[in-house]
Design a protein around this ligand. Structure first.
Ligand code: G16
Ligand code: MG
Length: 219
């Protein structure tokens, strides 16, 4: 039996991963640091300040800024991002995701959210799907970033679910590692996720029947 399904937000439920990319791109351009979609793959599921650290290192600017300047640059990126997500509406839920979550809930399986984004509640609100989650990770309380399993473990615990009987869904490599580190079954959506237990290219390919079968088969 399945005790919980825990979703990542950015890149799984909605394509805010692209808005994160655009916001970082704008900041990187201003700093004169090369930045493209390939490099952006390293930032998926990675916290705001850690992402900035990686970008500065990529531009050989690791020691160019003080801690307080780094805070300001991270806030600047967040302003660009907040501007971009102002346009979000329920239309921006990735195809099939709302139906998938509703189907899981119809079987009385608790659903959780494991996003490291401080903007997660704003995004859920804009998509009008807050009511579909029984528990959302409180990022302020999470000490270790993905790939550490802490965030997925915390959500399972709050849902009173055994991680070994639960499923996580992620679009980031570090996210898949976090799921697997917690002992959960990992479903990967997108590219570069060969490590996942079950992998699909797009959300339209996610079928609850298939996920359940694959999970039970692995037991
Ligand atoms: C997301 C994104 C990351 C982003 C992080 C922090 O994680 O994948 O690219 O850097 O949140 O976001 P914010 O700057 O809004 O706090 P997730 O876990 O939802 O994929
Ligand atoms: Mg993600």
């Amino acid at each position: 039996h399945i005790e919980a399904v825990v979703f990542d937000l950015d890149g799984v439920i909605t394509d805010t991963a692209h808005y994160h990319y655009l916001a970082w791109k704008q900041l990187a351009d201003e700093l004169g640091i090369p930045f493209d979609e390939d490099f952006n793959e390293n930032l998926k599921g990675v916290s705001r300040v850690e992402s900035l650290t990686l970008i500065l290192a990529n531009g050989n600017q690791s020691d160019a800024y003080t801690d307080s300047e780094i805070e300001d640059l991270a806030s600047q990126k967040n302003e660009y991002y907040k501007q971009l997500i102002q346009q979000l509406t329920p239309e921006d839920i990735l195809p099939g995701m709302k139906e998938l979550i509703e189907e899981i809930r119809s079987e009385s399986i608790p659903v959780g959210l494991a996003s490291v984004s401080k903007n997660a509640q704003t995004v859920l609100h804009a998509l009008e799907i807050e009511h579909l989650f029984d528990y959302c990770a409180d990022v302020a309380k999470i000490k270790q970033s993905k790939p550490d399993p802490e965030i997925f473990l915390t959500v399972c615990e709050a849902l009173e679910a055994d991680p070994a009987q639960s499923i996580g869904v992620e679009d980031a490599k570090v996210g898949v590692q976090s799921i697997q580190g917690s002992g959960m079954y990992a479903v990967g959506v997108g590219s570069y996720l060969e490590q996942a237990d079950l992998m699909v290219n797009e959300t339209t390919e996610l079928s609850w029947t298939q996920i359940k079968q694959a999970f039970l088969h692995k037991q």
